[in-house]
Design a protein around this ligand. Structure first.
Ligand code: SF4
Ligand code: SF4
Length: 494
């Protein structure tokens, strides 16, 4: 068998950003169930689902309530038991005015409301006033003014990092894991509504079907931190390492993939050692990489490992490499083992305005206002970002809701709100130097401002991986990434 040549080197451009542990070692708090959930029928950047329920209908937790018409598509499920009160519209971080199912939760005040006591030891109630998002003064912090909540930490002491491998070798015996049909696996992923958390949030079922026809020879499980402050995916990887590896090996066997890797940050030495011992005796190999931003983006990860370039604007599958997010594989394993649908997310809630930063398990369809209320504020909230500081999207309304694509919520106060004040370009060349795919963001901005679409194709905006680094590092604070992404979408449409 010919062994493919491995490159293992850093891509050109990029930057080493401070990636402190931050919230990583904290526990995962259960966010109390809200009285009402509004579950959007579009939770990835594809065709929306159509509703399968009607107002007045009673639902069990996990009932399928939406499915994409005409093809497989990921299912949308009721996160909790309740009654459908309306087919309505809602905003998310991905889109505005999305068709949604409103559910009056009947499990309210059951076990889901059991966590997060306030500093006086009382349970927070949904009736407490919500903070304003912007303009004027926000309400006073609902649960006091200190960052630490000693009672909370005592009540939910962090579990030790777990790397149990007890079931790993059962699921993957000497003769290999039980081989399954790719179509069966894709259907299971669709039925559970599993999506990959790398943009554009592709349904896992769609990726499996594409892989079955393109026959990749590498599978990379992406366990790298995507951005500073974003730690929820690492928390899930540490807590569910065994399930994630099992899911990867099931896919490897079903798709006939030759090599399977787990990519982790090499600076987390203890965890790298734990991973190495967890994969002993399995086909999985550990890739301990320098996490130079934006190394976690699938096209760059594929290039670093195999030296293969992904065609601009396409998936790494086109280069024979399947890159899957660790969280998606954890969801997939639960779907395979228990038939459990994706109804919640472990989300990092952080930022200078938050009173209790940490990881929260949040039901899909919960409003951002509810999250802010439960996590608390220590300063007036002026901006809410869904995603990391470089690629996140501003959320305009606290009535917008959390989706399966939400991994991080940043709450920004007045001092932390860095509003760019664009000045003239000083021609330092920094933007071109850091662009990981070799674009010239300054020229893209020029083309966008002069409205010269004929220049667009020549500048290859479709290769932009939307990392945001050019805007982040530009000393003139020019909106370079915004222009690149706008032209990328323009060129995709034309
Ligand atoms: S980084 Fe900003 S100031 Fe420097 S060349 Fe690029 S656009 Fe001009
Ligand atoms: S956002 Fe696009 S243009 Fe800017 S550095 Fe990243 S890949 Fe390059």
């Amino acid at each position: 068998m010919r062994i493919p040549r491995l490159i293992w080197r850093h891509f050109e451009g990029g930057a080493y950003l401070p990636m402190e542990a931050g919230t990583l070692d904290g526990p995962v708090h259960e966010l109390p169930a809200p009285r009402r959930l509004v579950v959007p029928l579009a939770q990835h950047e594809g065709r929306p689902a159509r509703p399968l329920v009607e107002p007045g209908q009673t639902l069990e937790a996990g009932t399928l309530i939406g499915r994409t018409d005409g093809d497989h598509g990921p299912g949308i499920h009721a996160p909790l038991a309740g009654r459908v009160t309306a087919i309505t519209r809602v905003d998310t971080a991905l889109a505005t005015d999305v068709l949604a199912i409103e559910i009056a939760v009947s499990e309210y005040c059951s076990q889901h409301t059991s966590s997060l006591p306030d500093q006086a030891g009382k349970m927070p109630t949904p009736q407490q006033s919500r903070p304003a998002l912007s303009g004027g003064r926000a309400s006073s912090p609902p649960y006091g003014s200190k960052r630490e909540t000693p009672g909370l930490e005592r009540a939910e002491s962090p579990p030790p990092p777990t790397c149990s491998t007890s079931g790993l070798h059962d699921a993957n015996r000497k003769d290999g894991p039980v081989k399954r049909n790719p179509t069966e696996l894709a259907n299971a992923a669709d039925h559970a509504g599993v999506i990959d958390l790398a943009r554009p949030f592709t349904p896992l079922g769609e990726m499996i079907r594409e892989a079955a026809s393109s026959r990749p020879d590498h599978l990379i499980i992406n366990g790298l931190r995507a951005e500073p402050m974003v730690t929820a995916n690492l928390r899930v990887l540490r807590d569910h390492l065994e399930e994630i590896l099992n899911a990867g090996m099931v896919l490897q066997a079903a798709l006939g993939i030759k090599r399977i890797w787990l990519a982790v940050d090499r600076t987390a030495r203890r965890f790298v050692r734990q991973c190495r011992s967890a994969v002993a005796g399995t086909p999985v190999r550990i890739l301990a990489l320098a996490n130079k931003y934006p190394q976690a983006i699938p096209t760059l990860l594929a290039w670093t490992v195999t030296g293969r370039e992904t065609p601009p604007g396409r998936s790494p599958l086109q280069a024979g490499v399947m890159v899957l997010d660790a969280v998606a594989l954890a969801d997939f394993w639960r779907a395979l083992q228990h038939g459990s649908p994706v109804i919640s997310r472990v989300v990092t809630v952080d930022g200078p305005a938050v009173l209790r930063p940490g990881h929260y398990r949040i039901m899909v369809g919960t409003t951002y206002g509810e999250v802010v209320e439960r996590a608390g504020l220590k300063a007036p909230l002026v901006r809410l970002i869904d995603g990391g500081p470089l690629t996140g999207r501003c959320v305009e309304s606290l009535e917008a809701v959390v989706t399966k694509a939400t991994t991080t919520i940043l709450l920004i106060d007045h001092d932390g709100d860095r509003i760019p004040t664009p000045g003239p370009c000083i021609r330092c060349g920094e933007c071109q130097q850091v662009c990981p795919v070799g674009l010239d963001p300054r020229k893209l901005l020029d083309a966008s401002e002069r409205n010269r679409p004929q220049d667009v194709v020549r500048l290859h905006p479709h290769a932009c991986v939307e990392c945001g680094l050019c805007s982040y590092l530009c000393p003139a604070e020019l909106p370079l990434a915004e222009a690149a992404v706008k032209l990328k979408h323009y060129s995709a449409r034309s």
